[in-house]
Ligand binder design. Structure first.
Ligand SMILES: Cc1cc2nc3c(=O)[nH]c(=O)nc-3n(C[C@H](O)[C@H](O)[C@H](O)COP(=O)(O)OP(=O)(O)OC[C@H]3O[C@@H](n4cnc5c(N)ncnc54)[C@H](O)[C@@H]3O)c2cc1C
Length: 145
């Protein structure tokens, strides 16, 4: 699929000195525009290993009094540990995971979406929308044809 296409790993866009005809961008929309209208907010996760095994692959915790949201036992996917997920705010030091789609952020999003770019922008971060993998793949196929 990537035959004839140069692949460079571990470098962040924008990369100085790279010339391209088409840019497909799947990073954060606010970063693409250098945070011109401020930062879009994301929730991230802090993962802590816990000793117990689960009968099922995941248990969700919805109670406000419980500080964690999910336990996932990766033994059910070929892994060897159970990890507990604590919600944290996204900073420059962790991964943006879940877009905070409240009115404040949706107003900022609308401003970014109104800006012109020649890039093909998509994916979970580019759309500022939580998308499961099948939705992202469908979006990519749609944009490609
Ligand atoms: C905690 C969590 C659990 C999930 N579980 C499921 C699940 O069980 N089932 C499911 O279907 N989906 C799940 N998803 C959703 C799934 O991860 C996404 O649908 C999918 O990864 C989105 O693909 P993407 O290409 O848009 O984004 P990503 O997979 O996030 O890829 C974007 C890539 O762009 C890179 N990037 C960003 N900015 C730049 C830049 N400036 N320069 C260079 N590279 C950059 C990032 O490093 C990353 O590699 C989960 C998501 C999260 C956060």
């Amino acid at each position: 699929m990537l035959e004839g296409i140069e692949v460079r790993l571990s470098c962040r866009y924008p990369v100085a000195g790279i010339d391209y005809a088409t840019l497909v961008y799947s990073g954060k929309l606010d970063a693409l525009f250098n945070y011109k209208y401020g930062r879009l907010e994301y929730r991230s996760l802090s993962f802590v290993q816990v000793p117990h095994q689960l009968h099922q692959h995941a248990v969700n915790y919805c109670d406000k009094q419980v500080p964690y949201t999910r336990d996932v036992d990766y033994r059910h996917f070929g892994g060897s540990v159970t990890m507990r997920e604590y919600p944290v705010l996204h900073t420059d030091h962790n991964v943006p995971m879940y877009p905070v789609r409240d009115h404040v952020n949706l107003d900022i999003l609308a401003k970014y979406q109104a800006l012109h770019t020649s890039a093909i922008v998509g994916g979970r971060l580019g759309s500022f929308r939580y998308l499961d993998m099948d939705k992202v793949i469908a979006q990519a196929i749609h944009d490609a044809i």
